[in-house]
Write a protein that binds this ligand. Structure first.
Ligand SMILES: Cc1cc2nc3c(=O)[nH]c(=O)nc-3n(C[C@H](O)[C@H](O)[C@H](O)COP(=O)(O)OP(=O)(O)OC[C@H]3O[C@@H](n4cnc5c(N)ncnc54)[C@H](O)[C@@H]3O)c2cc1C
Length: 645
């Protein structure tokens, strides 16, 4: 078993990052110009990294599969971004943000990384304000905060329900400046197909021009992967339809370990599934839980009458409503973390109290807050979310409670990275949702944007520079080298193989089937029997895929079905790894709920004795994965049963 070196700097927790920065190696300006960095992904993590590295003077090439960097999935982020500014003076601090994040992640995250994240959080807000990001402000001009789950302070900065959009426009502005200056070259409509490794170091990528279908070779002294999360392995999720796991799966096959793949987040407040032909789920931001109250009927007959359209939510009297989160978790109420809220909703629905046509929904009700604050305040705070809800559901949420249900939303797992955000492949860095780093077994709301921007604006500029200081004598490597030729040839063969199947079923057919297997067996509640079943079903489906998938069109030129097929082929392998990881972890923690391991009250039962580690998997061939462990050591925080009561 290879030793996992997290490279955590020495010293007390609060000084590790300062120590690192004080002693890291620098690259002088003349040498920076001679060093090339490839960044894959233009979401918040990739765009902020590329803009910063360009500004520093490195030569950057940035890739995305969309037509514009601004279409990265980050644009969809709604509710906000955390920082420990303590503007509301309600007791926040760097330590408290660190503490909440570790606790929220159910003690399965690396302490040093999380402390650094909390430490740089305030600088992110300053950076974004300087870029002109229009955060919401108080009457007096100071930035406004709201609350998100898992915290008793208000530390979430926001721009209505469009925080991701505004942050991405800020990062895109910074990126565009570098593109104009010539330090960053943009390759839009380009998809990374593989990483190229020469003498044990990442030295470039193979990309496919999605318009012409041509494969291209690109050299870099280092490669940064910032390609987002893999929630779409479940088919239905709140992610953008194009979000995929292919880049992190390609690097997994080339030696970059995959950490905690089973840690997926199911978000409690999404618009419920409404039909078989649906291809996407819509999030209703967690911010709504600031003012919305979650409930189901107390009486089963009321729930049933609602399901059959015989009773309206507003006709159920107050005394017959069960505000189950407030009842079960009086200290945090509707603002318990996502995993806790999701499970509680599922529990009520499974017990027969679910509402809506399918019985798989609970109410999110604003009546009380509209009465207390006035409709105009709710409109100011969440207007665009209410509008989105009304457009999709055709019901006015100011007048009737919203109906929501948990859905796949975020992946805490991802490529294993050390403190410098380098994977187990030298020179291959991974940032943003694509890495596993900071959220343990459950991410707190508004912490993904914080992490992506921390990685890009404030961590990689130091750690990547430290790595590149050792590369200054390496001249640019020709892309005619056998390693590039070989990698390109293998991609060509794979694409030809996909096109040659000429089966009978669409790519979506297989993706949907995989999603069903994953949701039913590897979803919110897992047990050994169903996980084993899932592994068998996924293997069978994968076999069928390679015999029966039908991809119209040709290999050359634009072919969206081919793009999808390539990604689904990877999902079909990743699904198995997720199930295997979930099966090996004989405990419940955060979003990973093993039904065999729960307290009498139905909460997660961790097993710190045996599972207090990051599970980092090594690829050993299809369906063959070897486990490596990074023990988690807690010095600044005491391990406890998570309590939100
Ligand atoms: C609906 C929704 C709302 C959310 N709201 C919030 C919120 O309010 N607060 C919060 O903190 N978090 C929120 N999140 C989570 C957060 O948005 C994401 O975790 C974060 O934006 C991910 O950023 P990223 O830069 O890592 O990746 P992404 O934004 O997903 O960007 C990925 C990039 O990689 C590129 N890419 C992918 N594969 C390839 C490839 N093979 N080749 C080339 N390019 C590739 C894409 O083109 C894209 O540019 C939300 C998530 C969803 C789904």
């Amino acid at each position: 078993m290879a030793e996992l070196q997290a490279k955590i700097p020495a010293g007390p927790l609060s000084q590790k990052w300062s120590n690192y920065k004080d002693h890291q190696n620098l690259v002088n300006p003349n040498n920076k110009r001679k060093l090339d960095v490839i960044v894959v992904g233009t979401g918040l993590a990739g765009a902020s990294a590329a803009a910063s590295l360009g500004e520093m003077g490195f030569n950057v090439k940035i890739f995305c599969y969309q037509d514009s960097p601004r279409r990265a999935h980050s644009i969809a982020a709604q509710g906000g971004i955390n920082a420990a500014k303590n503007y509301p003076n309600d007791g926040d601090s760097i330590y408290r943000l660190f503490y909440d994040t570790i606790k929220g992640g159910d003690y399965r995250a690396r302490e040093a990384n999380v402390y650094r994240l909390a430490e740089v959080s305030n600088a992110i807000i300053d950076q974004c304000v300087a870029q002109g990001v229009p955060f919401a402000r108080e009457y007096g001009g100071s930035l406004e905060n709201r609350s998100f789950g898992g915290a008793q302070v208000s530390r979430t900065f926001f721009a209505r329900g469009q925080t991701g959009q505004q942050l991405l426009l800020g990062a895109y502005g910074a990126l565009s400046r570098q593109i104009k200056l010539g330090t960053v070259k943009l390759f839009n409509r380009h998809e990374m197909m593989d990483v190229v490794i020469i003498d044990g170091k990442a030295r470039g990528i193979i990309a496919r021009d999605l318009i012409t279908g041509k494969l291209e070779r690109h050299f870099g002294h280092a490669v940064v992967i910032a390609t987002g999360g893999y929630g779409n392995v479940f088919y239905l999720s709140t992610n953008a339809m194009g979000s995929n796991a292919s880049a992190i799966w390609q690097i997994f096959k080339k030696g970059a370990y995959f950490a905690n793949p089973c840690f997926t987040q199911i978000h409690p407040t999404c618009i419920p599934v409404h039909g078989d032909y649906q291809s996407k789920l819509t999030l209703m931001s967690e911010s709504l839980r600031n003012d919305g109250r979650i409930w189901v009927p107390k009486k089963k007959e009321d729930a049933e009458a609602h399901r059959h359209g015989k009773l309206k939510a507003n006709d159920i009297p107050e005394e017959d409503r069960d505000y189950f989160l407030e009842r079960r978790y009086p200290a945090f109420g509707n603002l318990v973390p996502r995993d806790v809220a999701s499970r509680a909703s599922k529990e009520r629905c499974d017990a027969g109290y679910g509402v809506g046509e399918t019985g798989l929904a609970v109410f999110l009700d604003f009546k009380e807050s509209i009465g207390r604050l006035g409709k105009h305040v709710i409109q100011e705070r969440y207007g665009n979310l209410f509008q989105m809800y009304e457009k999709i559901v055709d019901e006015n949420p100011y007048e009737n409670p919203m109906m929501i249900y948990p859905a796949v939303h975020y992946t805490m797992g991802g490529t294993w990275v050390d403190y410098e955000l380098m994977s187990t492949v030298t020179g291959l860095f991974v940032a943003g949702e694509a890495n596993f780093s900071d959220h343990g077994a459950n991410r707190l709301g508004a912490s993904a944007l914080m992490q992506g921007l921390a990685d890009g604006y404030f961590v990689l500029p130091y750690t990547l520079q430290n790595y590149l200081s050792g590369e200054i004598k390496v001249a640019r490597i020709s892309t005619d080298k056998p390693e590039f030729v070989e990698a390109e040839k293998n991609i060509q063969l794979r694409l030809e193989k996909l096109m040659s199947v000429k089966g009978h079923y669409s790519v979506d057919h297989f993706h949907k089937e995989l999603g069903k297997i994953m949701w039913e067996n590897v979803g919110m509640g897992r047990n050994a029997e169903r996980l084993q079943k899932a592994i068998g079903l996924i293997r069978k489906l994968r076999e069928e895929f390679w015999k029966e998938v039908k991809i119209p069109g040709s290999l050359n030129g634009l072919n969206i079905e081919l793009e999808k097929a390539n990604r689904v082929a990877d999902f079909l392998e990743l699904g198995e790894l997720i199930a295997a990881d979930a099966l090996h972890r004989n405990e419940s923690c955060g979003g990973h709920f093993r039904e065999e391991y729960q307290t009498n009250e139905g909460e997660c039962l961790r097993n710190d004795q045996e599972y207090r580690y990051v599970a980092a998997w090594e690829y050993k061939g299809e369906g063959n994965f070897e486990l490596h462990k990074e023990p988690l050591i807690y010095e600044g925080i005491e391990l406890k049963q998570r309590v939100y009561k």
